[in-house]
Design a protein around this ligand. Sequence first.
Ligand code: FAD
Length: 508
Amino acid sequence: MSRLVLVLGDQLSMNLSALKAAQKTRDVVVMAEVRDEGTYVPHHPKKIALILTAMRKFAVQLRDDGWTVDYTTLDDPDNAGSIVGELLRRAEERGTSEVIATEPGEWRLIDKLRHAPLKVALHDDDRFIASHAMFEDWAEGRKALRMEYFYREMRRKTGLLMDGDDPAGGQWNFDHDNRKPAPDDIKTDGPLQFEPDKTTRAVLDLVASQFGDNFGDLEPFHFATDRQGALDALAHFVKHALARFGDYQDAMLDGEPYLYHAVLSPYMNIGLLSPLEVCEAVQDAYDAGDVPINAAEGFIRQIIGWREYVRGIYFLEGRDYTQRNVLGHKRDLPGFYWGTETKMRCVRQAVGQTRANAYAHHIQRLMVTGNFALLAGVDPAQVHEWYLSVYADAFEWVEAPNTVGMSQFADGGVIASKPYVSSGAYINRMSDHCKQCSYKVTRKTGEGACPFNLLYWDFLIRHRDRFEKNPRMGNMYGTWDRMDEDRRETVLSDAKRFLKRLDAGEVV
Ligand code: FAD
């Protein structure tokens, strides 16, 4: 009897554990474009197009490799509409009830597969470097789960940037070199772009007809949609951008959505690239003397450090993680996250780029849209849904810890030792947005004061009980306490007025 081998849209790797556990001559691969997966949040049309196109091309690659593939397109009249529904339909057709699958990257689907009336064998997703067991061992008995210590273990485990037992360059972390504001002489071509071929074109038409009303521009569409394209994008990044990645990692510039970022997360997250091969390409460039240590180390840390660490946290913390809200934030997500007008130039740039490209880089996500939502006290579940919807690389195992934990502090400090909040001064230092903004970043109160300045203090005062004793935040409360009483009152009443206007749906 044959068995079904489930391959999900973010599992497009020839070395997937489910494929390794199956027999090509006996078993049947099941791949399905289903409505349930396309609609559980309102995904950006570019994200849907990327996944569906890459799925279609991967199915061809599997068939070329000798696999039998039962593939269901979204518009197939027999489509059951859900992953489990499609498995049941194919099981009946093939006269089997056995399914081999690789563990999905979110609890929602894991639970659906576990409760399906089928015999499902779930295999570990060994495309990640740290298994669940390794992360649990590392976490066991620790008071705080700080990424930096996990990262050092990962350096030792992979041997990346190691000189024997010591870190290359004599230190583990070169982050202090990586906080430069954007240079004036920006020379970046951005990521490698691809013109849609026939398969991509057909998917773009389908997505336009089915998801055309979702937030986000479907076209122009330039993502790579197969492994070779993703490898070319990796080579392009290493050659053209990596050397400056470290220096300008935190910088933001009007009209420059990519700067020296890789834009490789969509490819790694759907399986077209493996995290290790990406890091090895970076190590090779470092060994060849083509890129400095702060670039190579900064980049490798994001992948074997942050990427693996947040996945570990997602699975360690369990199913309720996305519902956490320790700060009790309840405000609705403002309409400008979905594209209505705002006068805050930094937010407009970040959201505009998100709408156009299904991409914003880390500092835009953390210190602009994330920072604003946290300062304004937005319900973290709504913030989570937004991030899960609008980015091409958004899958819950990586998006939720970054949003709920790192960006919104809704997990109470599992990930971040203090909330990532800042006034307008940080955004001004790292970007050129404030120069062209309707608000004045230097103004702390009154007409035209930057909303980040007002809300920053409002946030700290609202949560004084929780944060005052945090050793990394005491000096901020000291600054507040030294301010004139009158000034403090004005700041807080201006903040209240701003939030009232925000809630009333006024253009702010
Ligand atoms: P680069 O800046 O070039 O970094 C290189 C690689 O490092 C990325 O491709 C990515 O794989 C990895 N990486 C960097 N930072 C992180 C991080 N904090 N967590 C995990 N991996 C990281 N990343 C996602 O892949 N999917 C998400 O849904 C996602 N949501 C986020 C939500 C918020 C609120 C924040 C603050 C960050 C989020 N990130 C997410 C992390 C990070 O912003 C993206 O990985 C990065 O912007 C992807 O672009 P890039 O490939 O150009 O990255």
